[in-house]
Ligand binder design. Structure first.
Ligand SMILES: *Cc1c(COP(=O)(O)O)cnc(C)c1O
Length: 235
């Protein structure tokens, strides 16, 4: 193995240990938490190393970069999944809807309408998460529970969309209380939506390299890890 391969495999092994410990601490099963490798800005070689080390779920921020990197990748081998986690412009919605396995960053009604219209053409519904603004600093996502409820209602009205849960980014701060509160808010919003719409929303996508353990303690079912697996992103 060269250094890159060792680095990526070791990064995954270390993250796995920390995920297992966080699950143990919070009385959760390891299988309840999916590990996503966020490969944005990193080359395909690193993705291949991660795949060899057993990783099967990847996240990309940009439509074009995701397609360029992954379209030839193991023919997207049966169990390999790629999610879009960065903001999606409406004019790229069609391309994204036919490439990604899930769009986690659905953040406005107009995008839901666009995706809903496009996805009637898909063989199976497109998995989507609604991004919820749970912290003070980040500007992404639906803001306020009322708007989130409207987004969920809209998503559920389209046969081509399969609403699976919620995504958030906690504020960038060292203050654990603030980060944890952000994750708690996402979980509670999910619980509210489940009650309101009598629909299970099993996916809570929260936690990144700097805060995934707190996220797991607060109920995360999918952690999105970039730097701690692939290293610093090249600028
Ligand atoms: C870049 C990114 C990540 C990964 O961030 P790291 O801190 O490198 O782990 C996770 N989620 C989203 C939405 C991102 O844009």
């Amino acid at each position: 193995m060269d250094d890159t391969a060792k680095g990526v495999a070791q990064g995954i092994a270390r993250i796995e240990e920390r995920i297992a410990a966080a699950c143990l601490r919070s009385g959760r099963k390891r299988e309840e938490v999916l590990l996503m490798g966020v490969s944005k800005f990193h080359p395909i070689e690193k993705v291949e190393e991660a795949w060899k080390a057993g990783l099967r779920l990847f996240g990309e921020n940009r439509v074009q970069e995701g397609i360029e990197k992954f379209s030839g990748f193991y023919g997207k081998g049966v169990d390999t999944k790629i999610h879009l986690i960065g903001s999606l412009q409406t004019n790229k919605a069609r391309t994204a809807a036919f490439f990604f396995d899930c769009i986690q960053s659905v953040d406005r009604i107009s995008l839901i309408e666009k995706l809903g219209e496009i996805c009637v053409e898909r063989d199976s519904p497109l998995d989507v998460l609604l991004e919820y603004h749970t912290g003070e600093e980040s500007k992404m996502g639906f803001s306020g529970l009322d708007n989130l409820l409207k987004g969920a209602e809209k998503s559920l009205s389209y046969k081509g969309l399969n609403l699976r849960g919620l995504m958030t980014m906690a504020p960038f701060t060292d203050d654990e209380k603030i980060i944890r509160a952000s994750f708690t808010r996402l979980r509670e919003a999910r619980d509210t939506l489940e009650k309101q719409f009598h629909k299970k929303l099993p996916c809570l996508s929260m936690g990144m390299s700097g805060d995934f353990e707190l996220a797991i303690e607060e109920g995360s079912t999918l952690v999105r890890i970039g730097t701690a697996i692939f290293g610093e992103r090249p600028k």
